[in-house]
Design a binder for this molecule. Structure first.
Ligand code: AMP
Ligand code: MG
Length: 268
């Protein structure tokens, strides 16, 4: 069953129709909020353990969002209880010379999860239809074809046993301003500021347009996009954990049968 935040395949997305302040009628301090997150994080651990033991399917979570949308925060809050042995995070920065010498999917394909694993992409191949489009890093004739290329790539992953879920962390322009200002003031956050943050912010509308086309064209049955209201960090975490639990439950990893007849084995 499609999750409530999932973008229906083929339906046009307009971000102004999605409220980044949405919090499901809940409040940060509601005891049920803390309880639900705790329960989901525990379930997540248990399901990851089964996924690893089953060694049959994989899960890829793609995180996208504008600067300061909370990609790093989501990773640290939602993934913190996972067993590092079956989990990997890859952050995609500006491509290297070597990466640029290949097709745009080359660098991401190497980091898709093997069977039994869960992988998180902090940015992804979607940058190749986002920043690349906004900054005209390749001609339109090149990036236009990438929507179909991405869909086919993700379909291939799906058919090979990898579930793909894509999360767009949706913040408002005002919230981004608040977060960037906070980074400027807080010595423990200043390292996160990059020279591009302010010029990128001026291109907000171009990014919105690029995201809307991406979410519209690349939300599929086999690899849905979710628009996550992300102005409130606690609600964002709650949503992401809930989507991950729902997806893993659907995948229903099973404890494998023992390879030996355990009734015949005695530990001496
Ligand atoms: P951050 O996520 O803040 O560490 O920043 C990473 C930077 O790398 C962002 O400014 C992205 O736009 C940039 N980036 C990621 N992928 C690509 C790409 N394929 N082409 C150009 N820039 C990219
Ligand atoms: Mg940044």
């Amino acid at each position: 069953m499609a999750h409530k935040t999932a973008v229906k395949p083929g339906s046009p997305v307009r971000l102004r129709d999605h409220d980044p302040d949405e919090c499901g009628g809940l409040a940060k301090r509601d005891p049920e909020v803390t309880k639900k997150l705790k329960a989901d994080l525990e379930t997540l651990c248990e399901l990851q353990e089964r996924l690893y033991a089953e060694n049959c399917q994989a899960l890829l979570i793609i995180l996208q969002g504008l600067d300061a949308a909370g990609k790093d925060g989501t990773i640290s809050h939602v993934m913190r209880g996972l067993n590092p042995q079956g989990c990997a995070v890859t952050s995609f920065k500006e491509p290297s010379t070597e990466e640029l010498a290949h097709d745009f999917l080359w660098r991401v394909h190497q980091h898709t999860p093997p069977r039994g694993h869960l992988a998180v992409f902090n940015r992804s191949h979607y940058e190749d239809v986002l920043v690349v489009r906004v900054h005209k890093l390749v001609p339109k004739s090149v990036w236009k074809k990438r929507y179909d290329q991405i869909n086919e790539f993700e379909q291939m992953l799906h058919e090979s046993g990898t579930r793909v879920i894509k999360l767009f962390l949706h913040i408002s322009k005002e919230e981004q301003k608040r977060r960037l200002e906070e980074r400027l003031e807080d010595p423990t956050k200043q390292w996160k500021i990059s020279a591009s943050d302010i010029p990128e912010r001026r291109r907000w509308d171009d990014y919105v347009e690029a995201y809307e086309e991406t979410l519209t064209r690349c939300s599929t049955e086999y690899a849905p996009w979710h628009v996550i209201p992300a102005n409130r960090k606690w609600y964002r975490n709650l949503q992401v954990a809930d989507i991950m639990v729902t997806t893993l439950r659907e995948m229903a990893p099973q404890w494998p049968k023992p390879s030996v007849d355990v009734s015949k084995i005695k530990v001496e």
